[in-house]
Design a protein around this ligand. Structure first.
Ligand code: ATP
Length: 546
């Protein structure tokens, strides 16, 4: 029966504290938000934020750094800014890259350490770390900074400052079975929390002790049917040792699962009860979350522990956490770097393939071009190395008898001597092609244009006009003087073509074009471009006319 009562008593006590802790945690979070806004301006979240909102907003460390710099100017010299205007910050802002906000958070934690103010672990700000206690640690830290700020403002920074700790105990706020204790007891446990924040450590402890006594007394009174005369008599007879009973109650508080959330508990209790021979045996035997044996060799730590606190141990713990955070960050960064490296590698390989493809395509193009050129000039050869065309000039006098009797498409021409209309007066000629009196300059050039391309491919070509005076040589080769663009002769059209082709191929080959103009007259060759009229230079390339 006593065991059952102990269990109910313990459960009820926990539930009251859990309920109170939850209320306190909310109130403290609002207090922290309000103070931060008063120091750094609007945070862009509601003034009564949820745990998630609160932590999300502090995650990049910017607000924390700015706040500590306001409280203690110069505490952090370099703050990594996030240039997102406050009005654009959503409830779930885009986080900075991990390494950037880690720098802010780390600088803030170091600055808090230097001010000897309670800090938290960087991992408490992680997105997934919203577990019991992690937000409370951040809130505690902000409120400690707030208290320090107020201390500085009131005392001008004189006198030592002792941050007041959260009055909460490490217990799971979600614990159920709230019905295990009368509801009016719960109500009576509600405290004026704003007044409590100003209580000293001793007064706070005394008040908590008073509340504990009240709860236990009320609970025992409410369960008087279990408190029969035998139980009270056993107290009187000394069968029940009150110290042992209390020890058992406390030991139940420190069950292994609770130890994880309140690892300092055993150390504190050991120190409290070390002079007592009534320390329950099973409390000694209960495994705890923190192994204090590691301190056995350190006299310094033993001394510290005897005072109830060990800064070295706390620092070691913080540094271990930070080391763990750094390891995680390092692993993430290495993974990102490896990803980038393999991406770059595959991009380079891809690039290499594309260059290879382009090179082989260019090679193929050159090969095809060469084949094409060979075939093209072969066709020109097949058409005949020497080609003779005939152009019939239109008659100047209308009505005069025409000597041209027939012009065939196959290049045949029949001439009739008007003075000999018999068979003897008819002469037949065969050319590559015959241009009739109506043929235009363009018709004639179409037939010789393919030869211009052969010139550009390195073949020698000669086009010249031959005929009696007034038959139209100059007209065909140069065009009439003062004529329109349509009447330009072969010389001009061929040169135009040469320059166009040279321009089109300029990326592949550079051409040098030279022009000579000579005249053969009375079997004398004369250079028409030479200033020396007696000059008889005559190696020519393109054409002659005269
Ligand atoms: N196809 C043609 N259509 C119209 N007019 C032409 C044509 N061929 C020649 N003529 C005209 O005939 C005349 C004589 O032509 P052109 O001067 O070209 O002869 P030519 O053979 O160069 O003579 P020469 O040997 O004396 O220099 C010119 O007035 C020219 O304009």
């Amino acid at each position: 029966m006593l065991g059952e009562m102990e269990d109910r008593c313990t459960t009820g006590f926990y539930n009251v504290l859990a309920s109170r802790k939850a209320e306190e945690a909310v109130w403290r979070r609002y207090q922290a938000t309000e103070w931060l806004e008063s120091v750094v301006g609007p945070l862009g979240i509601s003034n009564k934020p949820s745990e998630k909102e609160f932590i999300s907003r502090l995650r990049n460390g910017l607000i924390l750094c700015n706040a500590i710099n306001k409280v203690h100017p110069g505490a952090i010299t370099k703050v990594v800014e996030n240039h997102v205007p406050i009005q654009f910050i959503t409830r779930e802002p885009q986080p900075l890259p991990a390494y950037q906000y880690f720098e802010n958070v780390r600088n803030f934690l170091v600055a808090m350490e230097e001010l000897k103010l309670p800090a938290f672990e960087a991992s408490d700000l992680e997105r997934d770390a919203l577990e019991a206690g992690s937000v409370a640690k951040v809130v505690d830290c902000v409120l400690a900074l707030k208290s320090y700020h107020e201390h500085k403002n009131t005392n001008g920074g004189n006198g030592s400052f002792k941050p007041s700790r959260s009055p909460m105990v490490g217990h799971n706020a979600t614990r159920s079975n709230l019905h295990g204790i009368p509801s009016d007891s719960c109500r009576r446990l509600e405290m004026n929390v704003s007044a409590e924040a100003h209580l000293s450590g001793n007064a706070e402890a005394q008040k908590l002790e008073g509340e504990l006594v009240k709860v236990l007394a009320e609970y025992m009174a409410d369960t008087k049917e279990n408190m029969g005369g035998n139980f009270l008599a056993s107290f009187k007879a000394g069968d029940v040792d009150p110290m042992k009973l209390f020890g058992r109650i406390v030991a139940s508080c420190l069950k292994e699962n609770e130890q994880k959330k309140f690892p300092e508990g055993k150390t504190v209790l050991r120190d409290c009860l070390k002079d007592s021979s009534n320390l329950p045996v099973h409390l000694e035997a209960t495994p705890v979350g923190v192994d204090i044996s590691e301190d056995k060799n350190s006299k310094c730590c033993q001394t510290c522990l005897s005072k109830g606190d060990c800064n070295h141990r706390r620092l070691l713990h913080i540094q271990e956490r930070e080391l763990q955070d750094l390891k995680t960050l390092w692993a993430t960064t290495r993974k990102e770097f490896e990803g980038l490296q393999s991406q770059l590698q595959s991009d380079l390989t891809q690039c290499g393939f594309q260059v290879q493809e382009m090179a082989s395509a260019a090679q193929g193009y050159q090969r095809v071009l060469k084949e094409n050129r060979i075939l093209y000039n072969m066709v020109q050869d097949l058409k005949g190395n020497i080609r003779v065309y005939c152009r019939v000039r239109p008659s100047f006098t209308s009505g005069s008898s025409n000597a041209v009797e027939f012009v065939g498409e196959d290049g045949s021409l029949v001439i009739v001597d008007p003075s000999k209309p018999t068979k003897d007066g008819r002469r037949h000629f065969q050319f590559n092609q015959v241009f009739g009196p109506t043929a235009t300059q363009e018709d004639v050039f179409d037939q010789v244009q393919p030869l211009i391309r052969s010139v550009m491919d390195g073949y020698n070509v000669c086009i010249f006009a031959y005929g009696q005076t007034g038959s139209g040589k100059t007209y065909t080769m140069s065009g009439p003087s003062g004529g329109s663009a349509k009447e330009l002769g072969i010389n001009y059209l061929a040169l135009n073509d040469l320059f166009h082709m040279s321009d089109r191929r300029k990326d592949v080959i550079s051409y040098v074009i030279r022009v000579q103009m000579v005249e053969i007259y009375n079997e004398q060759i004369r250079d028409l471009l030479s200033e020396d009229s007696s000059s008889t230079k005559y190696p020519f390339k393109l054409f002659i006319t005269g």
